[in-house]
Ligand binder design. Structure first.
Ligand code: NPQ
Ligand code: MG
Length: 372
C-alpha cells in the first residue's frame, strides 16, 4: 500500500497511580502514537519508549528522531507490500527496537484493516481470551504492599508480579507470601542486581515463586546462567532478549528457563512471533510482557498472547489498572482473570480523537516531498 502520510504524536498520559520500579518512579506515561494514511485507510501504531532511559536506552526523544529522520523516509510515499517488506527496508539500521516496533505496528494495523483480517488471525493466534496478571510497583512499606496486592486480588487478578530492588526484596516478598499462601506470584528486578547478590535470590527460593524476572544486567547472559545453576526457581529474561538469536543462546547456555516476550523490545511483532515459535518448538514457556501501553499497544499484546505458546499469564492488565481514560476504545476489562482478544479487523480498537488531542504534547505531519 502507498504510504501517503505519517502523523507522529508525542502523548503524555497521566497514570492512575505512580508506578515504582528498580529504575525509578513513573507518574505520566509518555509515548509516541503513529497514524499512517494510505488509500483511504488508516493504521495506528504506538512506540512505547518513555520519557527517560530507565527501562531501555530509548526515550521519546530518541525514538522521535529515529522515526522521523530514519524510518519514515524508507516507507513514506512508497508502496509497502507487507510487513516483511518493511523489515527488509529497515534491516541495515542498528538498534532502536522500540522505534522500529512502533512503525511496524502501524503497518500491521493498516495492512490487516485493509484486508479485513484481525491482527490475531494475521499473527496465528487462536484464543478468544487470554489469561492475564498484574504488575505491582514498589510500595512505601511491606504492609502497604500487602494491602495493594489484596486490592488487585479482590479485583480478580489471578497472578501477581512484584517489582523488587536492593533493600526492598526478600522481606517484602515474604510478607506477601505469608498473607497469600496460594497466590501465583513472581518478581521482577529490572536488572538491579549482580551475581554477588545471589543470596537474595537463594533466600526467595522457598517462597514458591513462578519465576524471577531479569535479576541481573541486560547485557549479561553468562552471570544469569551462573545464578540459574544456584536456584530452583526459574529465571525469566526480559531486557536481555532483543532477538530470536538472543533467545536461542540464552536457552542454550541455561541463562533462563522462561522468556518474557514484548513486541517493542524485540523490534516488532514479527520478531516476537519468531521468538514464540522458537520457544514453542523447545517447549519453553513464554508470556507477554507489558510496557504500560495505551489501548493501541495493549490490543497488539492481546493478539500476540493469543498464540498457543503463551502458557503463562501476561502483564496485560485491564485499561483501568493504568488509565482513567484511554485513547483507544472500548476499554479492556477483566473477566474471570482473562481479557478478550479483539476480533474486528486490524487492532480491533477505535481511537477517540478528542482524548488523543487532549493528551498530545506535540505532533508532526510527514508527507512525501512534493505533496501539496
Ligand atoms: C517490565 N513492565 O516488565 C516492565 C517495566 C516497565 C508492567 O512491569 C515507562 C517505560 C514505564 C517503560 C514501567 C511492567 C515503564 C516501563 C515499567 C517499563 O519490566
Ligand atoms: Mg520486566
Amino acid at each position: 500500500m502507498n504510504i501517503e502520510r505519517i502523523e507522529m504524536r508525542h502523548v503524555s498520559m497521566p497514570l492512575v497511580a505512580p508506578f515504582e520500579t528498580s529504575f525509578g518512579v513513573e507518574r505520566d506515561r509518555d509515548a509516541i502514537i503513529l497514524r499512517l494514511d494510505s488509500e483511504g485507510m488508516v493504521g495506528w501504531g504506538e512506540c512505547v519508549a518513555g520519557g527517560w532511559p530507565g527501562y531501555s536506552y530509548e526515550t521519546v526523544q530518541t525514538a522521535w528522531h529515529i522515526l522521523k529522520d530514519h524510518l519514515s523516509p524508507l516507507v513514506l510515499g512508497q508502496d509497502v507490500l507487507d510487513v516483511a517488506d518493511y523489515r527488509r527496508r529497515i534491516a541495515h539500521l542498528k538498534g532502536h527496537p522500540l522505534a522500529k516496533a512502533g512503525l511496524e505496528l502501524a503497518l500491521w494495523d493498516l495492512l490487516t484493516r485493509a484486508s479485513g483480517q484481525s491482527l490475531m488471525a494475521a499473527l496465528g493466534g487462536e484464543r478468544d481470551r487470554v489469561a492475564v496478571g498484574v504488575s505491582i510497583g514498589i510500595q512505601p512499606t511491606a504492609a502497604k504492599l500487602v494491602e495493594v496486592v489484596g486490592s488487585f486480588v479482590e479485583a480478580g487478578y489471578p497472578r501477581v508480579k512484584l517489582k523488587i530492588k536492593p533493600g526492598r526484596d526478600v522481606s517484602d516478598v515474604r510478607a506477601v507470601r505469608q498473607a497469600f499462601p496460594d497466590l501465583p506470584l513472581q518478581v521482577d528486578a529490572n536488572s538491579a542486581y549482580e551475581l554477588s547478590d545471589a543470596e537474595v535470590f537463594e533466600a526467595m527460593d522457598d517462597l514458591g515463586l513462578i519465576l524471577i524476572e531479569q535479576p541481573l544486567a541486560e547485557d549479561d547472559l553468562v552471570d544469569h546462567a551462573k545464578l540459574q545453576e544456584r536456584l530452583a526457581t526459574p529465571i525469566c529474561l526480559d531486557e536481555s532478549i532483543l532477538s530470536t538469536r538472543h533467545a536461542r543462546q540464552a536457552l542454550e547456555i541455561g541463562a533462563c528457563r522462561f522468556i518474557n516476550i514484548k513486541p517493542a523490545r524485540v523490534g516488532g511483532l514479527s520478531e516476537a512471533v519468531a521468538i514464540h515459535d522458537l520457544c514453542w518448538a523447545q517447549e519453553i514457556p513464554v508470556w507477554c510482557g507489558g510496557m504500560l501501553e495505551t489501548g493501541i499497544g495493549r490490543a497488539a499484546n492481546l493478539a500476540l498472547a493469543s498464540l498457543p505458546g503463551f502458557s503463562l499469564p501476561g502483564d496485560i492488565s485491564a485499561t483501568d489498572r493504568y488509565y482513567h481514560e484511554d485513547i483507544a476504545q472500548p476499554p479492556f476489562v477483566l473477566e474471570n482473570g482473562t481479557i478478550k482478544v479483539p476480533k474486528r479487523s486490524g487492532l480491533g480498537v477505535e481511537v477517540a480523537q478528542d482524548v488523543l488531542d487532549r493528551v498530545t504534547v506535540r505532533s508532526k505531519l510527514l508527507e512525501p516531498d512534493g505533496a501539496r
